[in-house]
Design a protein around this ligand. Structure first.
Ligand SMILES: [Mg+2]
Ligand SMILES: [Zn+2]
Length: 188
């Protein structure tokens, strides 16, 4: 039985946007993040982090650092009884300096590769799913897979809201992740 998922962007959505996050010490949850994710868990949605981390391809930090950040995030969430079911990220960039990751790919958002992985690993139904993020590319990912897209005003969100792309609208624009979570629960 396919299930719905909440695909959550990381930087500027779950945690503070700090530019290239290259040290675990710089991870800072928003005050509402744990409550927001716990509500999505309780609603029976798979919660999947989907993040572009081109800093790996650019040589700013390694995949080990990304894994360390996600382990730390998981521990912080667990303290509050919240859980992210899968941590997916794209380490690539076409202009990268690290040969192993310097290429075009289908997993860099708004490409759909990370969502397709959740479809394979969790039997997720994109049509019953949501994408939440602070960039239009997150909303574009929602469009690409037939999910609903929610733009949050944290991170780059307020700047993005002022510059809407001509061919793209969000299903909702809300202040932050906990408002996005409420919107999702009302639209299951
Ligand atoms: Mg972001
Ligand atoms: Zn990729």
């Amino acid at each position: 039985m396919p299930v719905g998922a909440a695909f959550l962007d990381r930087d500027g959505t779950i945690i503070e946007e700090v530019g290239y996050l290259d040290r675990v010490e710089r991870v800072e949850l928003y005050p509402w993040t744990i409550d927001a994710i716990r509500a999505l868990n309780r609603a029976g949605l798979r919660v999947v982090l989907v993040s572009n981390q081109s800093g790996v391809a650019r040589g700013f930090f390694t995949e080990e650092v990304v894994d360390e950040v996600h382990a730390h995030l998981a521990a912080l969430l667990a303290e509050g009884g919240a859980r992210i079911d899968a941590y997916y990220y794209c380490p690539h960039h076409p202009d990268g300096k690290v040969a192993a990751f310097a290429r075009a790919c289908d997993c860099r958002k708004p490409g759909r590769g990370l969502v397709d992985r959740a479809v394979r690993e969790f039997d997720v139904d994109p049509a019953r799913s949501f994408v939440v993020g602070d960039r239009w590319l997150d909303v574009a990912l929602a469009r690409a897979v037939g999910a609903r897209g929610v733009l949050v005003r944290t991170g780059y969100g307020t700047t993005e809201e002022r510059r809407p792309p001509a061919d793209l609208t969000a299903d909702a624009v809300v202040n932050n992740l906990v408002e996005a979570s409420s919107w999702i629960l009302q639209h299951l």
